[in-house]
Write a protein that binds this ligand. Sequence first.
Ligand code: ATP
Length: 284
Amino acid sequence: MPPVRFDESGSKVRLSDIATDPPKDVTKEQAVARFETLNQETFRLQELMWGARLNSVLVVLQGRDAAGKDGAIKHVVGALNPRGVNVVSFGVPTTEEREHDFLWRVHRHAPRRGEFSIFNRSHYEDVLVARVHDLVPKSLWKERYGHINDFEELLAEHGTIVLKFFLHISKKEQEKRLLERERDPSTAWKLNVNDWKERERWDDYTEAYEAAIARCSSSHAPWFVVPADAKWYRNLVIAEVVAEAMRPYKQSWLDKLDSDGAEGRSALAEYRKSLGNRRGNGND
Ligand code: ATP
């Protein structure tokens, strides 16, 4: 099954109807080969975007604990030229952050034109964890969906390609991964008793994610529900969506580079001409 794309608000979202495992007709071998091809394409697109300075990309990664946000970041970044890439993680807000509106800490990390930013968690936590744990009154978090839509529209108007991914894992797969973290010393740093506590609120998070996706999807900032039980398939889906989203801009970036190049060449020609004149006048 392809990733499920939500690009308009109001449609019903039922996560239990969406697979967490890869479709039967895609093998790991095929996925890895396609992933490599896509990475090469994305790298070239990123170079053009960087040079043209017309657009930027914002990838938002959300998911339950152990859904694979870190792994996804590693693979997205791996395809890119690190120049012009920012990864920003949003944890529990600091006192200063809490004293501002919820978008304050997020907006300052929005990518500049030419850049590629990846958010590990995001402004969506303010309608997820905040809703599940009553961190703010309902009257406040309810209003946030509208604020988020306005914010993402603003980013899109500024040329940002906004892509939001929910890494969709099963409850069973999460348990397996959390237990693995305990066994494997190399991932022991990820151990967090809170992950088990949050797991008890599985259904509440499901409801909160469904509401966020249903209320904050648009053609300029779509949500993708990514089957994420198999890491190789998760990586493929994200790579496919990113390349597909950047591809339509390629010609405009090439045109911009072309016109910038023409300007640069004519400035150089002027400069060389003036050098020639100075030499002719015996100034050198
Ligand atoms: P993993 O998913 O691999 O377990 P993680 O993303 O949970 O890693 P942590 O630094 O352990 O990384 O957790 C970040 C914590 O910050 C999460 O529990 C998240 O809910 C919390 N958080 C993020 N944004 C907010 C927010 N706006 N309000 C309250 N809590 C937040």
